[in-house]
Design a protein around this ligand. Sequence first.
Ligand SMILES: [Zn+2]
Length: 269
Amino acid sequence: MIGISLPSAILNGSGSFESAHRALLSAYNNDPAQMLGSLRARGVESVEFGVRDRDADPAAAARAARCCADTGLQVTIHGELRGDESPECFFHPYEALQGQASYIITLHGLADMNTTAAALKTLAAYADAHMPRFYFALENNRRRPGGGACQSCAQVAQALKAVDHPRVNACWDFGHFYSNVRNSFESPSPPEDFLARAVHTHIHGLTDGKTHFPLNGDNLPLERYCALLAARGYRGIYNLELDFRRFYPQIEPRTALEESISLLKEVCV
Ligand SMILES: [Zn+2]
């Protein structure tokens, strides 16, 4: 199944629009429903949006999810782990979400391994008791100074081992991983214990060393990475994660999105 990440402001009609996001929406006549319908017709079946503001009215995430559901799209969420808050506070923006049997929330690790594992354990136990439709995917990051405890896939696998909870698995960010491989920080394939735990993906191209660019057939080993997952029975979403702000106005957001979807469709099922 193919998914795409979109700014939540476009979906729920609130918050500030950056110029790149305005350009994306205006290419679909400033009509979010038309945009989603057009993307659905191109084979997109899932949308990921960010929920990071803990004080946000739970109605905002629910509105974004409904906007997707009205077009026959399911949703996943990009959340944020903080480690210094109660699970009640973490889950507050999700309280009004309904319509799906399960939701995957992708999270980045914290600064160190122990606090990352402890925070995830707390959230997983709370979800078991109170929010059973929510599952977590811990994402591998691009290596950078101060980049936290989960910069490599091996580190994510180590954190998952420490958490040891079936509700907490991995998001393989292809673009971050490829950047690390190019910088000789990781070997060309992720470790087996990471691949076995992958339940979600983030897919984007690496152009001039910068991640979250559109796919161009040459800036990510897309076919090989998808094959690694398929060989292990992966049934999750192949989620395109572009950051339109990084390449607008050099590349038109709508063109970037639609051409990347076409490339993804050739490879993923
Ligand atoms: Zn990502």
